[in-house]
Design a protein around this ligand. Structure first.
Ligand SMILES: NC(=O)c1ccc[n+]([C@@H]2O[C@H](COP(=O)([O-])OP(=O)(O)OC[C@H]3O[C@@H](n4cnc5c(N)ncnc54)[C@H](OP(=O)(O)O)[C@@H]3O)[C@@H](O)[C@H]2O)c1
Length: 328
């Protein structure tokens, strides 16, 4: 797999990584075996970056990743986890040394390691970006050897831009896909200038951009595509990128004729993201070996033509932009 260099960290990241949310069985049931097989398929396809969080399956995702990597042996991928969402209520004032240290200690146990590769603040309240003391706690955890690097996972473009001001910040994770294009304006330029890793999440718009969903699609009760359609549990932008379901389906029908003959729609969606050189790694989620392989193979597609890019742009402008562009 082709890699992209991240200036500030020295990482060479495979263009396609793996998103481990569903491995926690938060998107409907996933067995231990299916989780291990899916992860192994991603790693066998050249993936060298895995994203997880302490709250995915309340630690199950981290534990399954640790077990799979141990059984597999060999070179270890970079494993990025997240902290902060165990706070309940989720208040900026509670992003303290005591709380963050406790979260990190728990992730160290779950991931069976002495030092976490990357800890991302997990979509904290906006106020946290204006609390240098929280970032000083992270600096302290690096000095203590508990974490190697830290970054943030943001909801809004402006949070990412603010976070870039912290000199030791390694990464910003953000939603960017055919249905969420605003990060490509100012944020990408600034992140690239500073050599900060841009980790792209929700690249398939929660599966919508695979082209397989219909009006009739049903989701398990434990799947956020069932219980967070209107932002009942967390930011609505995390579910189908905040695009109303029927609007997304209609736009997908316009995209369908643009899919190259040798590719799946999911691969088109991932290759479209890779056309932006500020992107360091994409972390598509997946629950099966076939999905992990299909997604990793997107890195091998040739660049998309200027004409295709313009047609995708026109679909975004006319059908999607009014729903999302000024919201995130
Ligand atoms: N706040 C945060 O920091 C945050 C929030 C969200 C996500 N994330 C991270 O980002 C990762 C990716 O985002 P995401 O999982 O929400 O959304 P996504 O990658 O846009 O969509 C993933 C879903 O799409 C379907 N899918 C994946 N590959 C496919 C393929 N090749 N063909 C057809 N369907 C396919 C699968 O669902 P089905 O097969 O069930 O349809 C899969 O679970 C997460 O796993 C997590 O690591 C972080």
């Amino acid at each position: 797999m082709r890699t992209r260099h991240v200036g500030r960290t020295g990482w060479d990241l495979g263009e396609i990584g793996f998103g481990g949310w569903a491995l926690g069985a938060d998107w409907g049931p996933v067995s231990d075996k299916d989780a291990a097989d899916t992860l192994n398929a991603a790693l066998d396809s050249g993936v060298n970056f895995i994203d997880t969080a302490d709250v995915y399956g309340d630690g199950r995702s981290e534990q399954r990743i640790a077990r799979t990597l141990k059984a597999r042996g060999g070179d270890k991928p970079i494993v990025a986890t997240k902290a902060g969402r165990r706070l309940n209520p989720h208040n900026a004032a509670d992003y303290t040394k005591a709380n963050l240290t406790a979260f990190v200690e728990r992730s160290l146990r779950n991931l069976e390691t002495d030092a976490l590769d990357l800890v991302q603040l997990h979509c904290p309240p906006t106020q946290v970006y204006y609390q240098p003391e929280t970032f000083e706690v992270l600096d302290g955890l690096v000095i203590a050897g508990k974490i190697k690097r830290y970054g943030v996972s943001v909801e809004k473009v402006e949070e990412g831009i603010k976070a870039l001001e912290y000199p030791a910040l390694a990464s910003v994770q953000i939603i960017f896909n055919i249905f969420r294009q605003r990060p490509a304006d100012l944020f990408f330029r600034l992140a690239k200038e500073r050599g900060v890793a841009v980790i792209v999440r929700v690249p398939l718009s929660s599966g919508m951009l695979s082209g397989k969903l219909t009006r009739e699609s049903q989701f398990e009760p434990s799947d956020h595509r069932n219980y967070n359609r209107h932002g009942e549990a967390f930011d609505v932008g995390e579910t189908f990128s905040g695009v109303p379901y029927e609007t997304g389906l209609a736009a997908v029908e316009k995209l369908r004729p643009l899919v190259p003959a040798s590719a799946s729609m999911a691969q088109l969606a991932l290759r479209w993201i890779l056309m932006h050189d500020a992107v360091s790694v994409i972390i598509p989620g997946g629950k099966s070996v076939a999905q992990a392989r299909d997604n990793a193979a997107a890195a091998g597609l040739p660049p998309l033509s200027a004409e295709l890019m313009a047609r995708v742009q026109a679909i975004y402008e006319s059908r999607i932009k009014p729903y999302v562009h000024q919201r995130w």
